[in-house]
Design a protein around this ligand. Structure first.
Ligand code: KIV
Length: 259
């Protein structure tokens, strides 16, 4: 049975952790879905891991739509959520509605994710939710603000910043968000937010006290050139792919393939 937003909330209530991975194309989406991941996030990290940009900022809505369409073609089970790219929602709630509507209508994703909290993003979340578009929030290290943060630094390390992030999460829940990503914040802060909110929290670099965990699939599979300190590689596809390609080249050069 396909995973729904209601199901995520039930899993939180039952204490059953939620698994989330990112996807950017048809073959990976198919494999991840068939392997049983609960949620597939078409994260704007695809700008870096699939398109070679050095940040997520250059990704456009058109590029995101193209990737989202490929992902949804491969998914039967997981809940599919798509990031709103930089500058596709910050201008106004109306702009966010047009962008989110495009992704739901033309790619068939079930929900969108946007970065930031109170007050502007909470207003936008409320506007979208009132119009039938499910929204996931994202607080802590929000990569679209990388320049404002002077790098991909851990957030919420001072008492004031930790309180700001907690208040943002509370405001997003009050605005109607169905879940929130907590990225690169201290584990005790993430645990406190998780206990405060009724909606599920999905952590990345935020410790074990969240309701679910997300990793960028390229990091998890050992495919990315650089990995954040909190990532875990479960295999090394770079090594496997390089080995297979070298073997193919050797066999062609040595007249061993085809036999
Ligand atoms: O873009 C992305 O992959 C994300 C995850 C890190 C949560 O937002």
């Amino acid at each position: 049975m396909a995973v729904t937003i209601d199901q995520l909330r039930k899993w939180k209530e039952q204490g059953r952790p939620i698994s989330v991975l990112t996807a950017w194309d048809f073959p990976f989406a198919t494999l991840l879905d068939q392997a049983g991941v609960d949620v597939l996030l078409i994260g704007d990290s695809l700008a870096m891991v699939a398109l070679g940009y050095s940040t997520t900022l250059p990704l456009t809505l058109e590029e995101m739509l193209y990737h989202a369409q490929a992902v949804t073609r491969g998914v039967n089970h997981a809940l599919v959520i798509c990031d709103l790219p930089f500058l596709s929602y910050q201008e106004s709630p109306q702009q966010a509605l047009r962008s989110a509507g495009t992704l739901l209508q033309q790619a068939g994703v079930a929900a969108v994710k946007l970065e930031g909290g109170y007050p502007d993003m909470a207003t936008t979340v409320h506007y979208l939710v009132e119009r039938g578009i499910p929204v996931m929030g994202h607080v802590g290290l929000t990569p679209q603000s990388v320049h404002q943060f002077s790098g991909y630094r851990r957030q919420g390390t001072s008492d004031a910043d930790a309180d700001r992030i907690l208040q943002e999460a509370i405001a997003l829940e009050a605005a109607g968000a169905f879940a929130i990503v907590l990225e690169h914040i201290p584990a005790p802060l993430a645990a406190k937010i998780t206990q405060t909110l009724a909606i599920p929290t999905i952590g990345i670099g935020a410790g074990a006290g969240c309701d679910g965990q997300v990793l960028v699939t390229a990091d998890m599979l050992g495919l990315s050139a650089w990995q954040p300190p909190f990532a875990k590689a479960y295999t090394n596809l770079q090594e496997s792919i390089t080995g297979a390609v070298k073997q193919f080249c050797d066999e062609v050069h040595n007249h061993q393939f085809p036999q």
